[in-house]
Structures are given as structure tokens and as C-alpha cells.
Design a protein around this ligand. Sequence first.
Ligand code: IMP
Length: 430
Amino acid sequence: MTDVAVIGVQWGDEGKGKIVDWLSARADVVVRFQGGHNAGHTLVIDGKVYKLSLLPSGVVREGRLGVIGSGVVVDPWALFAEIARIEDQGVHVTPASLAIAENACLILPVHSELDAMREGAATGTKIGTTKRGIGPAYEDRAGRRAIRVVDLLHTDTLAGKVENLLVHHNAIRRGLGAAEVDAAALTEKLKEIAPKIAPFVKPVWKLLDEARKAGKRILFEGAQGVLLDVDHGTYPYVTSSNTVAGQAATGSGLGPRAVGYVLGIVKAYTTRVGEGPFPTELVDAIGEKIGARGHEFGTVTGRKRRCGWFDATLVRQSLKVAGVDGVALTKLDVLDGFETLNVCVGYDIDGARFDYLPAGIDAQSRIKPVYETMEGWKGSTVGARSWAQLPAEAVKYVRRIEELIERPVALVSTSPERDDVILMKDPFEN
Ligand code: IMP
């Protein structure tokens, strides 16, 4: 038995929610270790749809502990709005089912406002962010002026910390022609929310250490995907956190050996929301068809996702930089009925062949994908739970992908329903 980390391998939206939920049936603790409420996980349990952003997927299951680790940036107002939403659906969130790291940093209204102002500005690089304040909050963390969760418990020293933070933010706001933020008003706002968050605040690293010692199974739940990683993604069109598996240790407070098996979630085609390079993007009827069949609209922002063919070159690279052991292939059913399917097996840049994504944004913008064309399948893969239920061409597609990405496919997901999976290898059994 081993602890498992689940991470997205493309640009997010690979269908992690379903897999995490499926695995959390056998875990005791589910930990979020990076990102914030920019993430959107849809879970379908017995036909009931739950949309989670900041909360670990484990909270919808009885008897599990959901943990928000120190690597997460927490918007306390968004958190309680989300808790209220799922409580309306009959799920109770209590300090027994949710713990928040005392050393996690907060997202404040100044962060989301700055995010939106930058995205709306005529100058600078438009990233296409979720405007949730993720980038500005991580900037303040690295700048050592952030307000952390623990600061909400010490209201006597809070005002000074808020003033210090606002020296920085008000200077930027003046430059952007925005109204300055009043320190006393923001401090009051924080003092109001403090008693609500206080019961959930814990030394999470200690809690997790004790859980491990007690033999509990821990599942680390990644958000976004490797190609949005601030180091290894398509910079600057990335999110502001590390999304690779190493972050599961850093963002929860456990050492590098905390994770025994890394499961990478890979969609059977490719999607991206926001700006940035996308070598296999299809801006034609095929792209539209994939988007419509795959319901490719953002869970958080409702934005239409860009769609394209499977890019084995990118996925192979992502799996390697992220340290993925095995893959869950999702949304295979979306490709049902296509006459032929293209898979990208390399890049042509100005006549030179590449088997990886070069880091330079200029080179990335000149990529011509090199495709291998495969036969599609006529039958349906929806709801298949064994290889025998898949059309032969679908099996060939999966096997070819496995070969190209140089990692084994541990499971295939064939519908949004939790139990519609073909399991080759149980990630917990290592
Ligand atoms: P941010 O994380 O809001 O700063 O956005 C940075 C980039 O990451 C943008 O391209 C977003 O569309 C993308 N992004 C952030 N969160 C997600 C997610 O959960 N799924 C897919 N894309 C995301």
C-alpha cells in the first residue's frame, strides 16, 4: 500500500475530479497542495453533480478528511461560499472533515482586483487567467508580505500586517489609476471572517505526519496541469504555482518520499483555456465537434475551451518533468465515431524536427505538428468497464498512446460516472 498523488498532465481539465473521487473511496485523507479556487472539479456521484473549486474532493465523502495544504492560496470568502453551496446539496463540512493549513496564504480582494485590472489592460501580456487573484497572491507570498491563515487568529497584530501589504498594493493601484484600499476597512473585513475559519485551522504538516504513522491512506489532489506549471509549463501562459508531483510534498509539509505513486491524468485529446501556444489546436469543425461532445466549457469561468488532437510529444515531456508513474486516460468516449484520429508524434519548427517542446515562446509559435493518422472506431466506448467492451481500434489507440508517451496506462475512464473505468493497475497497490 502506498500514498498516491493525482496530477493533470496537459493544460488542466483532464477529468481529475472523477478519478480523485474514485480513488478517494479508498483513501482516508485527501490533500490539496497548490492552486486555489481557479480549479474546478466536477464530481458526479449517483447522478448528483457537485462542483468543487477550493475544497478537496474528499469532503463530499463521509468519514474522509479533506486538507487544504500550505501550498494552496485561500480566498476565505470564496471558501465559505463554496461550503454553503455544497451544504445546500446535503454535504456537511465540519472541522472533522476539513483542515486548513495555518501557514497557507490568503487571497484578498486586492488580489482578484489586480488580476482583473492586469487582464483588462491594453498593455502587458494577457494570460487569460481565471481572475481569481491567484498570481498576485503568490507574488505576495514570494514577496514575504502575504497575510496567512494563521494571522487571522492573531487579530491584535493583523492591522500592522495589512498596512504593510497595502503599502505595496496601493502604490500599484495608484499607478493603475485605481482607488486605494483602506487598511482599517480591510482589517475589519478579515476580523469578521476570522471566527468562521478558526475552527478549521490546523498545523497540517503534523496532522498528515500523524495520519501516515497511523497507516492512513493519503491522496494528494493536484489542480490545473503540468503545462500550466510555473517552471515547466508554457511560460508565461501558466498559473503561478508548481503543478508537478514534487509540489505534493512541498505544498503539504511532507518530505519527498511522501508520495509512493504518481498518477497522471491525460485526456484522450487536448484542450486549453486561456491564451498561449497549443500546437495541435483545431480551429475548424472537428475542434468544434470535440468541444461540443466533450462539453468543453470551463467549470470556473464558463469559458469555451480550445480543442485539438492528442499531443503525444507534449504529454511525454510532461510525464517526465512531473515524475508520473502511470496514466489515467479520460474521455475516450468523446472520440467515438470519428473516421480517423490524428496523434501528434513530433514537431517541425522551420524544417527541423523536435521530439520535445522547446522553451522559447517564439519557437513554440512556429510549431507545425507532425501527425500519425489512426483509424477511428464505429462502436461506442461509453461506460466500458473492460478491454473486451472496447472496439479493437479504440484498444489500438490506447496502446499506441501508451507506446508514444512511454508510461503505462493504469486506467481508462469511459464516462463521467464514477465506476465507468477499465482498471489495469490499482494506484494504491504498489
Ligand atoms: P490563473 O491560474 O487564474 O492565474 O490562470 C492562469 C492560466 O491557467 C490561465 O490560462 C487559466 O485559464 C489556466 N487555469 C487556471 N486554473 C485552471 C484550471 O483549473 N483548469 C484549466 N486551466 C486553468
